[in-house]
Ligand binder design. Structure first.
Ligand code: GUN
Ligand code: FE
Length: 440
């Protein structure tokens, strides 16, 4: 199939490429074979051939192609409490609201209802790939994986491990003794499901965060990640409370050190939040090539701080974007892109007792935040997606610029308007691997 339309795609952290009325040619495998600009000598020939074979799709006026978004950090079981109890501190929110909610996924029927709804909602918001925390429950996690396959979203799915009796309730705790066997069973079940899936489906090693895990659990999970060459996800230096808990219980070591020693900081690791990361932490992330999921909305509530995303990029750390449902209230990465820009301005220009003049060179642009939601996220997962370019998976969204009649229509203005004004109502179609997975 060939799509004719104008498109935006991130070239790097500061540059967005625009093509007006290009031809996006997909191959049979759902990969972008070519992007043909109007100036190419064979533009008309290719367009005519596609039209003759009824394979040409021409976008409506004032609609644009954008890469599908990649949400690096979603707690699928927390969807029913999105927007609730966000005024509580992290530890209180986890114990009072979140752990009791997650414990309900022992009921796979409940998991079915929630996960089906969430995956469809993420697709409707333009998220074509998501990396999920599930719960400690094998069956419910497989339901989540099945919903990704059924609805056509690329899914990275983790079975949460949390076995520290000091930081977890008896009603919602992993068993240390069977942890390796339980996690292996989950890995194999997901890998089996992936064989019959048209999209990407990958099991992810998922220690919840260091406070909720015993040292033994961290070591065992590091070994499993190595043995199966799997991706890893966890939370890291999220808040002052969490960042101080870890050295107090692990001989003065910081989160990144504890993770690295357990074999959990690798090129396939994504750590979420990182508001408290220091320069040595960034050096460690750079050296191990681990990535950060920047969750700007959630950080305003539970990190109580701003992740210095520009500093991370300056340290050549890979960064993507995460909604952190339900630490963040919205399934929309558009809203997280907006918050990433706003928070970066407050970090630069706001003052605190420790940063009385703000933090210089912290501001990021809408282009950089868009890069995080697309190319940065794909690089974090080593997934050939997140860009509209030859050789990349045909994961994209068709969005309508509904204010075009009264606002400027040069490409820079359209790009920023799409970033700031797009809601699910403007996301007309969503494709994963060239297959239509959502339409209005
Ligand atoms: N730290 C440990 N668990 C969680 C969680 O579910 N959400 C957030 N934001 N932080 C966490
Ligand atoms: Fe989280």
């Amino acid at each position: 199939r060939v799509f004719q339309g104008s498109l935006f795609t991130a070239a790097d952290a500061h540059t967005v490429t625009f093509h007006r009325q290009a031809l996006l040619c997909l191959d049979e495998a759902g990969v972008i074979a070519r992007i043909i600009p109007t100036t190419a000598t064979d533009y008309s020939t290719v367009r005519q051939a596609a039209q003759n074979h009824e394979r040409l799709v021409v976008l409506a006026p004032n609609t644009y192609l954008l890469p599908g978004f990649i949400d690096l950090h979603v707690h699928a079981p927390q969807w029913p409490q999105a927007g609730l109890a966000l005024d509580r501190p992290l530890a209180d929110w986890l114990n009072t609201y979140t752990f009791p909610l997650e414990a309900k996924y022992a009921d796979t029927g409940y998991a079915q209802r929630v996960y089906q709804h969430l995956v469809a909602e993420l697709l409707a918001n333009g998220t074509t790939t998501a990396q999920y925390f599930g719960t400690i429950h094998h069956a419910a996690n497989l339901v989540l994986a099945q919903q990704c396959v059924r609805l056509g979203q690329r899914g990275y799915v983790g079975q949460v491990v949390m076995d520290n009796p000091d930081q977890t309730p008896a009603t919602y705790r992993s068993a240390t003794a069977t942890l390796t066997a339980d996690t292996e069973r989950f890995i194999l079940a997901v890998q089996k499901l992936a064989q019959s899936s048209r999209t990407t489906l990958v099991p992810v090693i998922t220690p919840r965060f260091i406070p909720s895990c015993t040292p033994r659990a961290l070591t065992l999970l590091g070994q499993l990640a190595h043995r199966y060459a799997l991706p890893i996800q966890t939370h890291c230096s999220e808040s002052v409370w969490e960042d101080q808990y870890v050295p107090a219980h692990f001989n003065g070591q910081r989160d990144t050190e504890v993770l690295e020693r357990a074999g959990l900081l690798t090129a396939k690791t994504v750590v979420a939040h990182g508001t408290q990361l220091t320069a040595p932490d960034f050096a460690r992330l750079h050296r191990t090539q681990a990535a950060v999921a920047h969750c700007p909305i959630s950080n305003a509530y539970f990190g109580n701080a701003v992740f210095p995303v520009q500093a991370a990029l300056d340290h050549q750390v890979t960064v993507g974007l995460g909604s952190d449902i339900s630490g963040g209230f919205t399934p929309s990465l558009y809203r997280n892109i907006q918050q990433a820009v706003m928070a970066s301005q407050m970090l630069q220009d706001g003052t605190t007792p420790t940063q009385p003049t703000g933090r210089a060179a912290s501001r990021i642009s809408a282009k950089t935040a868009f890069y995080l939601a697309t190319k940065g996220g794909a690089q974090s997962l080593h997934l050939k997606a997140g860009q509209l370019a030859p050789g990349y998976l045909a994961d994209f969204q068709v969005v309508h610029d509904r204010y075009a009649t009264v606002m400027p229509t040069d490409s820079d203005s359209v790009f920023e308007r799409l970033i700031y004004q797009t809601t699910p109502a403007e996301i007309q179609e969503v494709y994963v691997g060239g297959r239509l997975v959502h339409h209005r």
